[in-house]
Design a protein around this ligand. Structure first.
Ligand code: AMP
Ligand code: MG
Length: 363
């Protein structure tokens, strides 16, 4: 990917980190260099690993009164909290305990877990179940989950058995005291499509609580931009071309006080008999989505919403997804695979063409 057009000489370190990502990661933060060296010096960068992927946090003009190590600690603590609560890869997480439980009574979980599940259920209702965090048994069956995959493709009988365990309507939440309840003992919750976005929001909030308003937070490819970048411009974020083999730029968008998330079928897939199977599962068919929609990027004030909606639109596909995005006023960019190129389909709220700023005025 080259950003010479934009005069950029720096590529965010997320590039190498994302290659190791276990989750789909498709947005790259591009730091734009200016002739003045001082612009880069205004940045403080924090990086690390979390939730089976990497994170990068950039802060502009970290106040003198704020201790760098303290900020690093807060970022890592917030991310560890989210991972410790919502990971299906950690046996000791709240979610794993809930998934193991065969009780149909209330199970105590932390308030953030309740709010993430509530947000997920709202997106399930909006999409009539295309987005469904109880899709876990199918995700695992197709080999994309925390449990070791079986060999080859599942049989139709296995798909039907797993489908019988899926249904967001059987998942309930309660705020006081915070808890979740499954109406069917065999329900299994997978928050992979929404938890990274939530983690981004949590880190952003922690920064804002410390008086830091100019930042770029990225977790596993989902991003949120606060204020202006170190060049005093809205943050430039690259939307990748949805290709598995190479990384190249499809679009550059500029964000201010907005989040962007991408869902796609090009980073995480399995290949059997020359055919690719996406990690995005359509709960209505029990099968990985199979259409020419290669990726969806969503811009939203909340990274959690952007993350969930991008996955939801990816399941719904080019027609139903686009119609829903338009109807709901969701800023979305659909990339459709067509022979050797990608066709863009953007809803009116998405900043195309080129270099348009999305700011608060669009909310
Ligand atoms: P994302 O990269 O945010 O699109 O999330 C993809 C992940 O979400 C997959 O790896 C699955 O763990 C999970 N997932 C797959 N299909 C769905 C679905 N229909 N609804 C909710 N989560 C899903
Ligand atoms: Mg998502």
């Amino acid at each position: 990917m080259s950003d010479e057009r934009e005069g950029s000489s720096e590529r965010a370190s997320v590039l190498t980190g994302l290659a190791r990502s276990r989750m789909a990661a498709s947005l790259l933060a591009v730091a734009l260099a200016t002739p003045a060296v001082s612009a880069a010096e205004r940045l403080t960068v924090f990086t690390g690993e979390t939730m089976g992927t990497t994170f990068t946090v950039k802060v502009v003009d970290l106040p003198r009164a704020v201790d760098r190590a303290g900020v690093a600690q807060v970022i890592e603590a917030r991310l560890a909290d989210v991972d410790g609560a919502m990971s299906t890869y950690r046996e000791d997480s709240e979610l794993s305990r809930f998934n193991r439980s065969r009780s149909t009574d209330w199970v105590a979980v932390s308030a953030p877990t309740v709010s993430v599940i509530e947000a997920a259920l709202a997106v399930s209702r909006l999409t009539a179940g295309a987005f469904d965090v109880t899709v876990g048994p199918l995700v695992n069956l197709w080999g994309f989950g925390a449990t070791p995959p079986g060999r080859g493709l599942p049989t139709e009988a296995e798909v039907r058995t797993a489908m019988a365990r899926v249904g967001y309507r059987y998942l309930h939440t309660r705020r006081a005291p915070p808890g979740v309840r499954k109406q069917r003992a065999e329900l299994y919750v997978d928050l992979s499509a929404i938890a990274k976005g939530f983690a981004v929001d949590e880190v952003a909030r922690a920064l804002e609580d410390r008086g830091i308003g100019r930042y770029l937070v990225e977790v596993g490819g989902e991003l949120r931009a606060g204020g202006l970048n170190h060049d005093d411009r809205p943050w430039a974020v690259a939307i990748e071309q949805p290709r598995a083999e190479i990384r190249s730029l499809q679009r550059l968008v500029r964000l201010e006080d907005k989040a962007i998330a991408t869902s796609g079928d090009y980073r995480r897939f399995i290949e059997v008999g020359g055919k690719r199977y996406s990690h995005t599962i359509d709960p209505r068919s029990g099968h990985p989505v199979d259409h020419r929609l290669a990726s969806v990027a969503v811009i939203h004030a909340s990274a959690l919403q952007a993350d969930a909606l991008a996955t939801a639109l990816m399941v719904l596909g080019e027609q139903d997804g686009f119609a829903l995005a338009r109807r709901e006023g969701i800023a979305a960019l659909f990339l459709l695979r067509e022979l050797d190129r990608f066709v863009e389909l953007a809803t009116p709220g998405f900043p195309l063409p080129g270099d348009v700023t999305v700011g608060n005025e669009m909310e």
